[in-house]
Write a protein of this length. Sequence first.
Lengths: 131, 131, 131, 131
Amino acid sequence: MAFRMRVSTGSAAPIHRQIRDRVCEAVHAGDLQEGDRLPSVRALAEMLVVNPNTVARAYADLTRDGVLEGRQGKGVFVARRRPVYTKAERLRRIGEPLDALVNEALFLGIEPAELRGLVDERLGRLEEGGR
Amino acid sequence: MAFRMRVSTGSAAPIHRQIRDRVCEAVHAGDLQEGDRLPSVRALAEMLVVNPNTVARAYADLTRDGVLEGRQGKGVFVARRRPVYTKAERLRRIGEPLDALVNEALFLGIEPAELRGLVDERLGRLEEGGR
Amino acid sequence: MAFRMRVSTGSAAPIHRQIRDRVCEAVHAGDLQEGDRLPSVRALAEMLVVNPNTVARAYADLTRDGVLEGRQGKGVFVARRRPVYTKAERLRRIGEPLDALVNEALFLGIEPAELRGLVDERLGRLEEGGR
Amino acid sequence: MAFRMRVSTGSAAPIHRQIRDRVCEAVHAGDLQEGDRLPSVRALAEMLVVNPNTVARAYADLTRDGVLEGRQGKGVFVARRRPVYTKAERLRRIGEPLDALVNEALFLGIEPAELRGLVDERLGRLEEGGR
DNA sequence: GTGGTCTAGACCACT
DNA sequence: GTGGTCTAGACCACC
């Protein structure tokens, strides 16, 4: 399947992060499989109408974290899926966004039950998307 | 009860946000109750070894959002709890940290069930703190 | 249309509030429309001969209250109009300036009918400005 | 009639201003008439549980503006009602709270009709109070 | 004493 | 280039 993506420039999330997240989702959903080639930095930058540096940064992050791998002169590919993080490391890295979520909910006066509902909703959407 | 707090300067989260979060948690947990006085801007700044402006900013944010209220020349106090934002606005503002959480979980290979468990755990800790 | 503004430093109202008010008026009058870009923090600071932090503060306030929105590295833009505060909170926040107005009128010996006329006049000027 | 008054310490309005406003209202409503003696600074300060300096400041403001007059060694009295401000001066002095009201309404998204209603409501309350 | 405002100048992340 | 954060130090109003 062709790899499609959109980023929203009128959003608070940094674009390089949005790209990273879209790639992760595509890998998770199976739209991108091990060994698949991604669009070149310049091609994707053109597609998304963003600065090539921004795409390069996203690819670099994903490469560092073992999701992608660059092959000299050939482009960037989906890496072989391998366990990168230990359980402790996973917990450590989920900590910050988890705190941010709970704190923002407190700040806004969102009730625990409502927050659980919102989390379920997002997760459900991903699960059915990835089948 | 005495009000204690720590911030980490070498962290990703801005200091004024850390202060904001700690105060929110204390209010939610019941350590700070309606009408309680907070440390003065200068006192807390000295405690935390940060610039008074940084503390003032956190207090200003909390005041604007209805958590605290200032009384002329007397200090800053915990305000009466009240709904400030419309439901749509609350959902809008929780959206970004929620996305960040789900994306990071995806990236790390955390299963939906595990994520729900982690959220429950944090919320539970707060709830039992507040009795 | 070009965006013009003046602030008076020798006035009772804080500068960041004057900036906030001028932007609100421009948005309400239609001089600034959804999606329009505002002068950069530094540019406006130079125009007004004030410190950039002061402009940044005004922009931050307007962003928090849903009038503006920042886009990473691109500047600050007029946000889509939306209700942010609950009705009770709006009434709460208008209460103080309303009291100030009525008390000052009382003090000056302005008749209720005259005061109503003055309020109408200001509101009318804004309405015709916004078409 | 005895002169009664209350100030709210948990409020944003400076206390000396609250005192000034209460005295103005009492004069306007006829509860305090020309020549009536006001409580001494110390007595009123004790009544209101505020600092005597704060009461002194309010009395000074009211004396400067022609509402009260001090008689050496005898206390402070309601002055003979006389026109103090020209029409132009009245308009000038009402300008700032009027702007503050309209700007805050804009900022909060309050509609002109709603604002007119709120002004009417406050004025109506005063009129029936003063008979 | 308290908080609120403003200035000056630095550093960082993002594009 | 953009805005966001932090520091340092000043001045003001209020109590």
